[in-house]
Write a protein that binds this ligand. Structure first.
Ligand SMILES: [Fe+2]
Length: 274
């Protein structure tokens, strides 16, 4: 088992940790395959259709859990796409990249976000013009046309629309994160700590340390670019990284706006350069 020396930014303690752990059944589920770096425009587009929704769209599947169907898809809604009012059988996260999605009385414009818990009634849905969005169901979704919420829904967790451009920037949550970066939190799950956020970094931002997290980390570059030893992730690039995988160090020549998700509370251990 490989190991590396890491430093906790909280305590300053150094620890030897596994950098190539073996995933065992009963540990954190592997879920989706590790995707370190893809350009979404190079992913094959296919017909996107959800059980219960008649109108078709196109989608590129960026990652998918073969077990429960949880996925991150880049959906291209054609002008005029629509779906009736109803609810999904799974939680859904949506982040609009361009165009806009009308969901009932809420208009999700570019860089707007929504979290729709399973069973929460929303809609009707409409894309008045061509719209691209990240579509992130927590499992294979079914749509049920309805005018009322389903029993057992978690309406209190519904986030119908956040216009991220109107959110103020806040400091990053990782102690010792290099200056020149800020965060906009879109959602944090009160039970698991799973979070969805935007990270903004200034041009010429850089870190000199690689990092490791105890949680899954997923990201899509919305604007600009981030460079690591793997190359430069430009607009549209994506990764899905299991826990405990070392990555970075990162730098940005141009600055970047990056959409992130984690499946638990984010903690970062740094790998010091040799
Ligand atoms: Fe990371």
């Amino acid at each position: 088992m490989d190991s590396r020396l890491t430093m906790s930014p909280l305590t300053g303690e150094t620890n030897s940790i596994e950098t190539n752990p073996t995933y065992r059944q009963g540990d954190r589920p592997m879920g989706r395959p590790h995707i370190e770096f893809i350009q979404s425009s190079e992913v094959e587009s296919d017909v996107w259709q959800i059980s219960g929704i008649a109108a078709k769209a196109q989608a590129r599947t960026l990652s998918r859990d073969p077990g429960n169907g949880a996925a991150t898809e880049l959906v291209n809604f054609p002008a005029g796409w629509s779906a009736p009012t109803g609810y999904f059988s799974t939680d859904i996260e949506v982040f609009v990249l361009d165009g806009h999605l009308q969901i009932g009385s809420y208009r999700l414009k570019q860089h707007s976000y929504a979290y729709i818990p399973a069973g929460v009634c929303s809609g009707p849905w409409e894309a008045q013009k061509v719209t691209n969005a990240l579509w992130m169901p927590s499992a294979s979704p079914q749509f049920i046309a309805a005018s009322e919420h389903a029993p057992g829904n978690r309406l209190e967790r519904y986030i119908p629309s956040i216009d991220s451009s109107a959110l103020p920037w806040a400091g990053t949550i990782t102690p010792g994160f290099p200056p020149g970066a800020m965060r906009k939190t879109l959602r944090t799950d009160p039970d698991t700590g799973a979070s969805t956020w935007l990270l903004g970094v200034l041009p010429q931002w850089r870190d000199y340390r690689a990092e490791i997290h105890p949680v899954i980390e997923e990201a899509y570059v919305v604007l600009g670019g981030l460079t690591s030893l793997c190359g430069t992730m430009t607009q549209g690039c994506y990764f899905w990284r299991p826990a405990h995988i070392p990555h970075g160090p990162y730098a940005s020549a141009t600055g970047a706006l990056v959409f992130f998700r984690s499946d638990g509370s984010l903690r970062t251990d740094y790998i010091l350069p040799e």
